[in-house]
Design a protein around this ligand. Structure first.
Ligand SMILES: O=C(O)CCC(=O)C(=O)O
Length: 351
């Protein structure tokens, strides 16, 4: 059935009835993909989103973008989420940094709090005094309500839905990264300067058939200078490449494809979407600010996550909306329990 044969009202009814077939997306006119963000009334609401045009929010990526993703295994999509979407997350982290900085000051590890500095620069100045500023702030450790709400952000999930369909699970591999300037943090491989790997390499084999999409979000403009991601387009077609633990879970050097890497700078609010077999790396931050980013993963509900000992949750479901986890305390409780029970567990498949 071609969607072009349906008028808008029919298509909307069709989606509402839950018989929307993801494959039909290919035949939808590109012009129907709109950006609610662009039409915001400035108060975080979009007066133009009515019953009639709700359907176009489902088509958040254009046909061309989806096709590019399917071909390259990578897609840079600017402006997926708005300033309003990001503000609560950034405020949550600013508050946490403030508290942690004061704690380190009380311990004599930080002398200057740099209170007037911006989100992008304050962490760099604190990190230069004590790298301990960075401990305990990853998503599963801080477990903030704003971040939990963001994991179900509509603009984000509308885009994800274009890639995984309407039954969406949030994979527990989720990180916030505040990559400090190289003169304070160094240029060696690690959590900030990741070596070449595929995300299939950081899961267990149980997820080999799960179509897990990595969603890498820029919380500040990510540039070549501050260490944006680099990818190898098209290489996903070669499947999983063997990794080694040496050098920090990286593709075995003899198997590293001879493909020119493509840096993928992206502005704040934009995403780099990646197939789980897309090799990627990130380089040192040679700016004087922090490269803040969040990397999340989503997949079709019911498929293994590759981290069976950490909590996944249903983020969106058109078939079973009641299965969506909206209870922050419960999400947090599951993480606390999992972190306790999974102590010493090997998260990556490499030995
Ligand atoms: O943000 C980075 O520099 C690395 C992120 C990464 O490797 C990932 O999202 O899988």
């Amino acid at each position: 059935m071609s969607a072009k044969l349906l008028n808008d009202a029919e298509l909307y009814r069709w989606i509402k009835q839950g018989v929307y077939n993801f494959a039909v997306e290919e035949s939808l006119p590109t012009g129907c993909t709109g950006s609610p963000a662009e039409e915001s009334d400035g108060n975080g609401t979009n007066p133009k989103i009515t019953e009639r045009n709700e359907w176009y929010r489902i088509m958040r990526l254009t046909d061309e973008q989806v096709r590019a993703f399917r071909e390259d295994g990578v897609l840079v999509a600017e402006g997926v989420v708005t300033e309003d979407d990001l503000a609560p997350v950034i405020a949550e982290y600013e508050a946490w940094i403030e508290q942690r900085a004061r704690q380190l000051q009380a311990e004599g590890k930080i002398s200057d709090l740099h209170e007037g500095e911006t989100f992008e620069r304050r962490f760099a100045k604190l990190y230069a005094q004590s790298p301990e500023i960075a401990s305990g702030m990853d998503i599963m450790q801080l477990r903030g309500p704003a971040m939990f709400a963001f994991l179900r952000n509509d603009n984000l999930l509308d885009a994800v839905e274009c890639l995984v369909g309407p039954e969406i699970t949030c994979n527990p591999i989720q990180h916030i990264r505040a990559k400090p300037p190289a003169d304070a943090s160094g240029t060696g491989a690690g959590f900030y300067n990741v070596p070449w790997h595929q995300d299939s390499g950081v899961t267990w084999e149980e997820a080999d058939d799960s179509d897990i999409i990595t969603c890498w979000l820029a919380l500040v403009d990510a540039t070549v200078e501050n260490g944006c991601m680099e990818v190898m387009p098209g290489v996903w077609k070669r499947g999983h490449l063997a990794h080694q633990a040496e050098g920090g879970t990286t593709i075995r050097p003899d198997l590293l494809p001879d493909v020119p890497p493509r840096p993928v700078p992206v502005k704040k609010g934009g995403f780099v979407f990646m197939h789980r077999h897309t090799p990627h790396t990130s380089t040192p931050n040679f700016s004087d600010g922090v490269r803040w980013s969040v990397d999340l993963r989503y997949q079709k509900t019911g498929t293994p996550t590759g981290r069976p000992f950490h909590p996944e949750f249903v983020a969106r479901s058109r078939a079973h909306p009641e299965s969506v986890l909206t209870d922050h305390a419960e999400w947090s409780r599951r993480w606390v329990e999992a972190l306790e029970n999974a102590k010493g567990m090997k998260a990556h498949r490499v030995k």
